[in-house]
Ligand binder design. Structure first.
Ligand code: SF4
Length: 406
């Protein structure tokens, strides 16, 4: 029989960066991060969203700092979060005038744990170098790391043009897409080299190179990882709405993570109007967990259901248990070390129900259509009881809680 290689490649070596006490890179766990979409100048709304993202499990939260009012709000946001006992590090996202904002608002520079620089609008060349240098010098003075975050939507046009000219005169020209990949990679690497030249330590630099297509992301990060040992922030930009955003991000990041590349991830989802921002945190956690890279929350395995079950009891029970567990996690994580490894199964009929339930730590196989109205429960692979009657769902939830307590 052929043995298939399904193992994760060993983690790429990278220089660890301390972001407000959260270590990114090196041997440290891959960090989940997210970004607010409130107006940062609105202190109350931003505090509420940062708190919600942190409670959902975001280990770093980025806020946009686009004008004086936003910069002035940052220390107030930090203070309120601290008063609430929420110590998640805040990252400032700067474009165009970050150098001015950081200079005019030293309390903002102090309250932020990291500054994001976009070399496309605060570049390392010509007049933009002054802006870049000022931000890097502020980071050095405040002992803060930076993320040099290249984005193909705002790629350094001077660099792209010079590479395209060189390519046009080359004896073996690359196709336009490959030139763009090279421009993205060089923008990140040359900016990092410039930051180091100014005096920023290598352990204070994280790189990202975001694109919006899966194959571009895989190509760019594979090459960026090969050419540098900086910690890497992974994310597919403009991934899209709903299932498309989730699928595209998971496909792209999954391939790169499987190669051992990536030290922190953000899943950028366009929220539905009124939708919950913390969904991107849940998706990022689930991606890392299903890949076996980290564990955050007990997994509830549920079958998809089919014509063998006409009742929705098992779907409702699976969803209730997953919600109940997610809600209780902040408390359970402290009370029950290792709880995130727990596996629960909620299955719809006798075909796969008992088998899947035996593989889980605790599982229930609900009766399908035409089956005896009885639901065997399995704990640690052994059948321990059979639940019946209208309270079956409540009884099973109580058994899950009992199991966790024990
Ligand atoms: Fe259908 Fe039963 Fe399989 Fe669930 S376990 S998908 S109900 S056959």
């Amino acid at each position: 029989m052929t043995a298939f290689d399904t193992s994760l490649k060993s983690r790429r070596n990278s220089v660890a960066v301390d972001v407000g006490g959260v270590l990114v890179g090196g041997d440290n766990p891959i960090v989940v991060q997210s970004m607010t979409n409130t107006d940062t100048a609105d202190v109350e709304a931003t505090v509420a969203q940062v708190a919600s993202l942190a409670r959902a499990g975001s280990e770093l939260v980025r806020v946009t700092v686009d004008r004086d009012e936003a910069a002035a709000a940052v220390p107030k946001i930090r203070e309120k979060l601290d008063a609430m006992g929420i110590d998640v590090p805040l990252i400032g996202d700067f474009h165009y005038i970050g150098h001015k904002l950081l200079a005019a608002h030293p309390a903002c520079a102090e309250a932020l744990a990291k500054y994001r620089i976009n070399p496309g609008n605060v570049g390392f060349k010509s007049k933009k170098d002054v802006q870049f240098t000022q931000i890097v010098e502020t980071a050095i003075r405040n002992d803060r790391p930076v993320r040099i975050g290249v984005n193909w939507g705002s790629l350094d046009q001077e660099l792209l043009t010079s590479l395209m000219d060189a390519n046009a005169n080359s004896a073996t020209p690359l196709d336009a897409r490959a030139v763009m990949h090279e421009a993205i990679i060089q923008s990140a690497l040359l900016s990092a080299a410039r930051a180091e030249e100014i005096g920023l330590d290598r352990s204070k630099i994280i790189l990202s190179a975001k694109v919006s297509q899966v194959q571009d992301l895989v190509a760019v990060y594979t090459e960026l990882a090969r050419r540098s040992d900086h910690a890497l922030h992974l994310g597919l930009t403009e991934a899209g709405m709903g299932s498309k955003g989730i699928v595209a991000s998971s496909a792209a990041l999954g391939i790169v993570l499987q190669q051992g590349i990536g030290d922190t991830i953000r899943i950028s989802l366009t929220p539905e109007p009124g939708g919950d921002r913390s969904r991107e945190v849940v998706v990022a956690q689930e991606l890392l967990q299903v890949m076996g890279l980290r564990s955050f929350v007990p997994i509830v395995a549920a079958c998809p259901g089919c014509g063998r079950t006409t009742s929705t009891v098992f779907q409702e029970l699976a969803r209730d248990i997953q919600d109940q567990i997610r809600e209780a996690m902040p408390d359970w994580r402290n009370r029950y070390p290792g709880i995130e490894e727990l596996q629960v199964a909620v299955m719809g009929c006798i075909v796969n129900g008992p088998g899947e339930s035996k593989h889980a730590d605790i599982g229930i196989s609900l009766p399908g259509t035409g089956e005896e109205p009885a639901a065997p429960v399995f704990v640690d692979g052994q059948k321990v009881t059979t639940l019946r009657g209208p309270n079956l769902a409540t009884d099973f939830k109580a058994m899950v809680e009992d199991y966790i307590e024990k």
